[in-house]
Design a protein. Sequence first.
Lengths: 105, 405
Amino acid sequence: MKSFVLTIALAGLLAGAAPQTFTGVITDTLCGAKHNMKGHSDADCAKMCAKASAQYALFDGQNVLKLSDQKTPARFAAQTVKVTGVLDSKTNTIKVTSIEPVPGK
Amino acid sequence: MGMVDMNPSSMFLMNLSSGTSENPAGWPMPMIMTHFGNWNTMFMGLGFLSDIQQSGPRGGDKLYSTNWVMASAEHRVGTNVGSNDAFQAELMLSLEPATITDRRYPLLFQTGETAYGAPITDAQHPHNFIMALGFHYVHHVAEDTTLDLYFAPVGDPALGPVPYPHRASAMEFPEAPISHHRQDSTHISDDVVTVGLQYKKLKFEASGFYGSEPGENRWIIQQGPMNSWSGRIWFFPTKYWAAQVSAGRLTHPEALEAGDQTRVSASVEYVRPMPGGSWASTLSWGRVHNTATQRNLNSYLAESELPVTRRNFITGRAELVDKDELFANDLELQQQLDVRYGSTFRIGAYTLGYTRDIDLFRSVETGIGFNFSAYSLPNAIKPYYGDHPVGGNIFIRVQLRRPEH
């Protein structure tokens, strides 16, 4: 019985930690949904902010989600991407497994 | 984020701390940002209500509050969309002249400035009501090159590390470090002019300023001739590191002490992003040479603030500081000690603390905390301080911060 309960609990934990896919635009935590650097592209703005105190993040249309991987997003600044990973809702951070561009976006 | 019409110069200004000093850019500065028309504004504020208790014949107890608020307004210069220059005005105020009664709060082995015409010993002075009033013009010279012109009737010249009230690793300490007057005490100077040039990861700065330390009337701006100078070089290897070396010559800084001072400083700051915030640490050295006494007084500081979780912070500070003014209020005793043991005593101060955030307000982080300090001292002065002097604060902390998304 004990092992059955443990197995169920473990399965539950693993199920909770299963990676999800999030689609959105690579932005930064300072600008969020909208970039405001006149005369510069959104990509430049995100890169400039990420060089400063901000971090790369994903804007999924509603929320700005922080990304554990801060290197890969630099290649996709202001582009629409598909992020696979596990969301920690306490810190609003996706522990990133992969980031891929969404073709045609 | 509530900011509008940003450009690279705006970003440069956003990273500045006190005056032209900089914490590592990767440190998420606690502040609230918004805009009024095309003016971007930033508001910062930190306040402690503390009760300090100290042991020994020279220890003291007191309820006091250290605090400051800062507001800045930044605007793009020129109407051209491609304009990359920016202007910023900033004002920092402190109510410490009122919330620190009797012109000081107890702090064992702290020295510097005066209260009621006498040198302050074993205590820390309040900051001025106007801690800063300054203006920046930032010219974006090229992609990796930025020129910063800074004029401040009250401000922070290019000398020393980021001053402790604004340092990432010191935000959870209500009290000053005892190395303050060896390292960062010029952060409230008058008539400051600084020219800074940043090229990629290096920044070069030169300042002229009035070198006298603030007088006892903490409510006024005390102007004077630009009789002192300093220079500083910053190095930012990554956004998580900031290192500086600096030197300055101050004309008669201490009201009751003869001579000028030459100051040299070097420091390195590091921040590491953590799930609960940023782990911030500082190593700093400062040396003061007095031209009248010909003494060299060194100080060393190591300081860290670790967010164990989002709401729990552990803090630590260790200092070694050469002190030659501990007995400045008893000249006879000072002379006796000078003859028998020398004029300078190396003091060690070791502080550990803890702060717990409690969510009370949306844009104000409230925390409760405590810290405990132990000291090492030469045997020669133990009769006056006790063998093992200790002290500690319990405090409530409030800090303005942008709410998390």
